[in-house]
Write a new protein. Structure first.
Length: 409
């Protein structure tokens, strides 16, 4: 296939395939929540959708190294997306008869789809450096981040509109088409894996390899610790806590809840565009970008949590997206420069497990703090967590300027 498609074309297949899958993921969740609520009338049953999704992804991330060690990354990406497509087909066939008696089957399909996605994500992220030139890695990461934010911005409002006009079942079939398109595009990727000498390893050694790389790399260990602290802090941005914030801190209705969310994603999108424009400059200053962005998040979180002025909160919400995007893209670039192919995928699977676990605990912790001490206290806790992350970055700042060849692993 290499005579037909080069790296640039293959990257476009990966890019559009990922956008199609991401759009389908959001529409599929919108449909499921609506169908489960119609069938049960229970908010608790609705909340089980993200719960099962997170738990399955967490387990998948732990087991992913076994699959990564055995198969090529392109094969993992293609067959996992095909599997998700077939599972969604089963869900489409069930959709016409969803009631309380079918909930077990629906939740089982949710778990299986999420489980396969836990394999696809590290494979997809690890493929990027091998499909683009090293000099264009920062710009490519910002382009992928911009695309993701565009999907986030349009998918939720469009999904809600289509839900009212077409109904959940028709949208679910449209999601199936998006998944099918993504599978085809993933299959068209022309990827020649780097040849590696595979040592005989026990299953436990394979499972621990990504974790070992993170621990032995000064850069990755620092970034991972920062990610844990920041993921706990970002728990304040979950929908439930923002809903309480808008009601109690701003004394506004549900429409402002939507405005705050929209402003946040718009800031992320604008931040991505800026990074794309100045990618060359930022690529030469990855460490400084992480330090400055993390410091900015401290101030912005504090201002957001203490204000009672709705328009100012909207502005600060927009500002939050700028350093958040800059830091994310800079960290992604550093991680992608730390290893290649299968090893990088194992790093991503371990990192994803850490983030999923931290976010699950953060949702519970921040919810408890909000209920017990008030929403402003929750934002102060988040500010302290960002301060801790900045302290870690400041104390370990020399590691951000290490060359890949200086890594200890």
């Amino acid at each position: 296939m290499s005579i037909f498609f080069g790296k640039q074309v293959s990257f476009r297949f990966l890019w559009f395939g990922q956008m199609s899958a991401n759009l389908g993921d959001i529409l599929y969740v919108v449909c499921l929540i609506k169908m489960i609520f119609d069938a049960t009338g229970s908010v608790t049953y609705m909340s089980l959708v993200p719960f099962f999704y997170t738990i399955s992804a967490l387990i998948s991330g732990l087991l992913a190294p076994l699959i990564i060690n055995k198969y090529k990354l392109k094969s993992i990406l293609f067959f996992s997306q095909c599997g998700k497509t077939l599972l969604l087909l089963g869900m489409c066939l069930l959709a016409g008869n969803v009631n309380a008696g079918w909930l077990f089957e629906i939740y089982l399909l949710i778990c299986l789809i999420s489980f396969l996605d836990g394999w696809a994500s590290p494979a997809r992220n690890a493929l990027v450096p091998s499909l683009v030139e090293q000099s264009k890695l920062m710009k490519t990461n910002s382009l992928l981040a911009i695309s993701n934010q565009i999907v986030q911005l349009i998918a939720w409002p469009i999904g809600s509109i289509l839900l009212v006009s077409l109904g959940a079942r028709r949208i679910l079939w449209f999601t199936f088409v998006l998944y099918l398109l993504s599978s085809v595009l993933m299959g068209l990727i022309d990827h020649v894996a780097n040849q590696q000498i595979k040592e005989e390893q026990s299953r436990m050694d394979v499972l621990k390899e990504g974790w070992r790389i993170i621990w032995n790399s000064k850069q990755l260990r620092t970034i991972s610790l920062m990610n844990i602290l920041e993921t706990f802090a970002n728990g304040v941005w979950i929908a439930a806590i923002l809903f309480v914030y808008v009601s109690e801190a701003l004394n506004k209705g549900e429409n402002w809840w939507g405005f705050i969310n929209g402003s946040f994603f718009a800031g992320m999108l604008f931040g991505g565009l800026l990074i794309y424009r100045f990618s060359r400059m930022l690529e030469r200053n990855l460490g400084k970008t992480i330090l400055l962005s993390t410091f900015s998040l401290i101030a912005i979180t504090f201002l957001f949590g203490t204000t009672s002025i709705p328009w100012f909160a909207l502005f600060v919400s927009f500002l939050f997206g700028l350093p958040q995007m800059a830091r994310d893209v800079a960290e992604t670039t550093i991680i992608q420069q730390s290893a290649r192919e299968q090893l990088l995928a194992k790093v991503y699977s371990a990192r994803g497990t850490l983030i999923f676990g931290a976010f699950g605990l953060s949702s519970l912790l921040m919810g408890w703090i909000t209920e017990s001490f008030g929403v402003r206290t929750t934002f102060m806790v988040a500010t302290i967590l960002f301060l801790c992350s900045f302290t870690v970055a400041l104390m370990s700042r020399r590691y951000f300027f290490l060359d890949v060849n200086e890594q200890t692993w």
